[in-house]
Write a protein that binds this ligand. Structure first.
Ligand SMILES: [Zn+2]
Length: 466
């Protein structure tokens, strides 16, 4: 006797797309059965014509709770995740105060426990360089670490304290500390002195137009940071992960280190794959993101990086802000914080690309779910449809289409989601299932705050091969 059986679907497993029925008991996948196998279950979901995907694992996510509830919190932003088919988020440590101590970690964990609609891991910031605090956060179950190689954005020092290590000796010490934990450390890789210099030059020339943001952080800012980071790590051997790699030049440097034995991994984000600098002109400050949107030639390079496995994950870097914060930069681009929402378009965007032949469906699933779970040590609990895995699933309708408009979105920052406004994707999230229970169905949220469960990594399962 099972709780639920999902019948007639095309199930995307690590072996490919298979005609299977999925039997669920106690929140887990109890069995994968040949299609049409007679079983007893309390609920039957008919998924004829649909694909069943493992729920997406978004390893780069921001809601920042409890820092700025007007921007979003664990409830509002994980609702958006549920609607987007993302069943596990890894929340970055930027908050107020920054998540750099065991006490802050525990406070954020209990907030998420109360508010989250989807499963969640929490990053820790190691930059206070305090071994006892790092040990405390690891024993609390930190999913990994995050470091910025840049200084904190102007006026936001408290949100980033313990996170920003623009000075190489500090970075060196932090890498040694995180290496001892065996967990993954994600790094925001931009060279601080170089981007400061570019920014100062532009400001001195009186520039504050939209394009000046991109000019202040050209691709070599990212490439140089990756070279510094991976050179330092050659003798340290931490499990490094490059966040939001955005362009051809840093990708080339990353590949060079991979060829000589680097075990670092790297992600890119949908906004670099689907948009360019031209979109910054179109939607203005709403497309101000770090690193910035790039050129069409960079997009080509990133798709190649995904195809050859250099880039192993696509993550959202979902970043909610308010319309006021974005609008005040209409006449002065320096005046808005960087970031845009995007968790509601991750599965749609990547599956649209798959359905249109840009990559295969199993490859799409690896990039948005499996590989992130493997990298951070939560596979096969998450990231795959296998007997014994958690029943975090997306019932995806490849025959339908989805056109993004603000009033269908759930993020508190939906009015800032201008990049995707009006875009039509092939495919639709018909249903999101979390721990065996439907939480989103036919455009409506049916889950509850507190449905999400804390996700803890196993350092022995942290994967280096993709
Ligand atoms: Zn981020």
């Amino acid at each position: 006797m099972f709780d639920t059986v999902i019948t007639q679907g095309d199930v995307v497993t690590p072996n490919g797309v298979e005609a299977l029925d999925i039997a669920i008991r106690d929140g887990k996948i109890a069995a994968l059965l040949a299609r049409g196998t007679e079983v007893e279950a309390t609920e039957t979901i008919d998924a004829a014509g649909k694909m069943i995907l493992p729920g997406a694992v978004d390893i780069h996510f921001h809601c920042r709770a409890p820092a700025y509830p007007e921007r979003g919190d664990f409830a509002t932003e994980t609702r958006a995740a549920a609607a987007g088919g993302v069943t596990t988020i890894f929340e970055m440590p930027i908050s107020k105060p920054c998540c750099a101590t065991g006490d802050v970690f525990r406070m954020r964990k209990s907030l998420a426990e109360r508010d989250a609609y989807v499963n969640y891991g929490l990053y820790a910031a190691p930059g206070l360089l305090d071994p006892a605090e790092i040990e405390d956060m690891v024993s609390e179950g930190a999913i990994g670490f995050k470091i910025f190689m840049t200084e904190a954005p102007a006026g936001r020092d408290d949100e980033f304290e313990g996170l920003c290590l623009p000075d190489v000796p500090d970075l060196y010490q932090a890498l040694k500390l995180v290496a001892q934990t065996g967990l993954v450390c994600a790094v925001h890789a931009e060279n601080n002195p170089l981007l400061r210099w570019h920014t100062d030059q532009l400001k001195a020339a009186g520039r504050n137009d939209v394009a000046s943001h991109n000019e202040s952080r050209p691709p070599h800012v990212e490439a140089l940071a990756i070279a510094t980071l991976l050179t330092l790590n050659e003798t340290i051997g931490a499990n490094l992960h490059i966040a939001h790699l955005s362009a051809a030049e840093p990708l080339a440097v990353f590949r060079r280190f991979k060829r000589t034995g680097s075990t670092a991994s790297a992600e890119t984000c949908p906004h670099y794959l689907f948009f360019t600098e031209a979109d910054l002109e179109r939607v203005g400050p709403y497309a101000k993101i770090n690193p910035p949107l790039r050129q069409a030639s960079d997009q080509v390079a990133l798709w190649e990086g995904l195809a050859d496995g250099s880039l192993m994950a696509i993550t959202t870097d979902h970043s909610p802000f308010t319309v006021e914060e974005k609008e005040r930069a209409r006449t002065d681009i320096w005046r808005t914080p960087p970031g845009a929402p995007g968790v509601e378009e991750l599965v749609l965007g990547v599956m649209d690309a798959a359905l249109k032949g840009r990559l295969s469906v199993p490859q799409a699933v690896k990039l948005i779910s499996t590989n992130g779970a493997r990298r951070f040590g939560i596979y096969p609990q998450k990231g795959a449809i296998l007997a014994g895995s958690d029943a975090d699933l997306v019932i995806f309708d490849p025959a339908a289409t989805t056109t993004i408009h603000e009033d269908m979105l759930f993020s508190q920052a939906k009015a800032c989601d201008k990049l995707y406004q009006g875009m039509t994707f092939q495919g639709k999230i018909a249903q999101t299932i979390l721990n065996g229970k439907p939480i989103f169905k036919d455009g409506a949220l049916i889950g509850a705050a507190g449905d999400g469960q804390f996700v803890r990594p196993d350092p022995a399962r942290v994967s280096k091969e993709f």
